[in-house]
Design a binder for this molecule. Structure first.
Ligand code: GDP
Length: 280
């Protein structure tokens, strides 16, 4: 694949905006795709949030392998993070998230109360790679309470704080967009399989081949169900022959390109089962 030359300029800008606003933010929420707890992280975030309380949301947990989500949750907790696994698509109740934000922001609140503040507010920003669910989470947090709090001095022009349905918590209206960083192809394929990067970066058949290999190794039952071959039969095929056999089985003759696109679509909707691509 060679060097990846596609880090778009506006991603740098988003990063800088987050940096510019850092002084005004009390708690940073980093949203990860629960199917990709490592691959959907940008190493830059650790530098950004070093001095801030930090919450990790493993979002899209409805699509991820529950056992893996449990292990990743423990792993991130052991590193000293607040962690929440979430399905922001179907879960409208953000009370657990609000509780965690209050825990994370407690020190700041205590300080403000000691200074005599009557009703201190915790200010939160959300960051994560594209498509991990940032906007969905922001919308869930503001609920019907979509009023803008108003520009604050120092906040990048055009950015404002939104009231959430919890009166103690406000959220920066624009999420910090982080770009996934990958130096190896496997991470790229994982991101592509989950729809985290644009489809035109990789060929669908390469991503589908990666998935076949991965599922064979880690989720053989899922692969067998989807392929409509029993596990013994699957073991007889090499990856390419299996791809061709599945293409035929699905009535697409030798059009493995079409089958690859179909397989990716099904995978993204968890129709191959709940699969996590970063194994803990
Ligand atoms: P953003 O680019 O990070 O702001 O991501 P969005 O909030 O726009 O979400 C991207 C896509 O993922 C949308 O189609 C959402 O409906 C979907 N989505 C967000 N959260 C979840 C989730 O927890 N589970 C599932 N299945 N889909 C989600």
């Amino acid at each position: 694949m060679g060097t990846i030359q596609w880090y778009p300029g506006h991603m740098n800008k988003a990063k800088n905006q987050l940096e510019d606003n850092l002084d005004l933010i009390d708690v940073i929420i980093e949203v990860l795709d629960a199917r990709l707890p490592l691959s959907s992280r940008n190493p830059m975030i650790s530098n950004l949030v070093k001095k801030k309380p930090h919450i990790i949301i493993l979002n899209k947990s409805d699509l991820a392998d529950p056992l893996q989500t449990k292990r990743w949750t423990r792993y991130f907790q052991e590193q000293g993070n607040f962690v929440l696994s979430l399905d922001a698509q179907h879960n409208t109740n953000m009370s657990t998230l609000f509780k965690i934000i209050k825990l994370a922001g407690k020190e700041k609140i205590d300080k403000l109360v000691a200074k005599g503040a009557a009703h201190p507010t915790i200010r939160v920003a959300i960051a994560g790679i594209p498509n991990c669910g940032k906007s969905t989470i922001i919308n869930r947090m503001i609920g019907r309470n979509a009023a803008i709090v108003g520009d604050k001095p120092g906040v990048t022009k055009g950015q404002s704080w939104l009231k959430t349905s919890n009166s103690d918590i406000q959220i920066l209206d624009t999420p910090g967009i982080l770009w996934p960083k990958f130096s190896d192809q496997v991470v790229g394929y994982k991101l592509a399989a989950c729809g985290a990067i644009k489809d035109n970066i990789f060929h669908a058949d390469d991503v589908a081949m990666f998935l076949i290999k991965f599922l064979r190794e880690h989720y053989l039952n899922n692969l067998s169900n989807f392929a409509r071959f029993d596990k013994e039969a699957i073991e007889q095929f090499n990856d390419i022959d299996l791809m061709l056999a599945m293409t035929q089985k699905y009535g697409m003759r030798d059009d493995y390109d079409r089958f690859s696109v179909y397989m990716l679509q099904r995978f993204r909707k968890a129709k191959l089962g709940r699969v996590t691509l970063d194994i803990k």
